[in-house]
Write a protein that binds this ligand. Structure first.
Ligand code: SF4
Length: 262
């Protein structure tokens, strides 16, 4: 039987990370839930992002391939130096790097400044799950505002980097408004996906009763009917890609090789 790929494997063959914890502290974070489950972190300590210099060696290893960086933390001002070091090693090795981030403008400006000759090998994929700062603040308490993410996208686009947006997880039902707002500054793809394993992750991550209520409401809103209608309206947009959660819900074909869905 062919194994269906999910998560980061849809985008890349390999992931590289150089920190433990993430100051954005998103309520739905998969990396946080796994770190808590396996005793590497706790509800209270996850937001203390710590650089792991020993992990830099992994960035310079292996045959050139498509790498997602980072996948279990984000690129934040406090860990920018080690992230730049990792990017330097990845690009020097000849990897194609997809930088996946809830972008801090100062970090994106620094990356654009430092890697102007790697435009062909470096793609930005900015996560924007809602245009509402109230919604972003509730789910992703320490991540940048919508406006900062939009400015970062514009910046990367104007510097002629390859750009992409990930509306995964969708944090409300206004994803079409995001698509319309970002379309002109996206050179590559716009990904749409659902929040996975909501109750389990919120429980492991120590979410408040209010967050559990928001999670239940989000599940209710993202019904098969709503997602089917969304698919119908956006399926002819050549930039739109559907994450595994949506393909599974709608019975669409799913990739079977890592990094095939780009
Ligand atoms: S930005 Fe990513 S890694 Fe960081 S807490 Fe949020 S989901 Fe987790």
């Amino acid at each position: 039987m062919t194994k269906q790929l999910t998560g980061t494997k849809e985008w890349a063959c390999k992931t590289v990370n150089v920190c433990m914890g993430c100051s954005h502290d998103c309520a739905y974070c998969y990396a946080k839930s796994m770190a808590i489950r396996f005793g590497r972190s706790s509800v209270g300590t996850w937001k203390q992002q710590t650089a792991l210099p020993a992990k830099l060696l992994e960035a310079g290893r292996g045959k050139p391939t498509r790498v997602m960086f980072p996948s279990t933390h984000d690129i934040t001002p406090e860990c920018l130096d080690i992230c730049m070091d990792a990017l330097r090693r990845l690009l020097a090795k000849g990897h194609e790097v997809v930088v996946v981030t809830k972008p801090h403008l100062e970090c994106i400006q620094a990356i654009c400044d430092w890697f102007p000759y790697h435009r062909d090998k470096l793609m930005f994929r900015f996560t924007i799950g809602s245009m509402s700062d109230a919604v972003l603040k509730a789910w992703e308490p320490n991540a940048p505002t919508y406006e900062e993410r939009r400015l970062a996208l514009q910046w990367a686009y104007e510097f002629e980097f390859q750009t992409s947006v990930s509306c995964e997880p969708m944090l409300d039902t206004h994803v079409e408004d995001i698509v319309e707002a970002v379309d002109a500054d996206v050179t590559d793809t716009i990904w749409i996906g659902l929040m996975n394993d909501v109750k389990q992750r919120l429980t492991l991550n120590g979410a408040s009763p209010e967050m559990h209520k928001m999670g239940a409401e989000l599940i209710r809103q993202c019904s098969r009917e709503m997602i089917g209608d969304l698919y119908g309206r956006l399926k002819d947009n050549p930039k739109i890609r559907w994450k595994d959660s949506i393909k599974k819900m709608l019975g669409l074909e799913r990739p079977s090789r890592a990094g095939l869905d780009i």
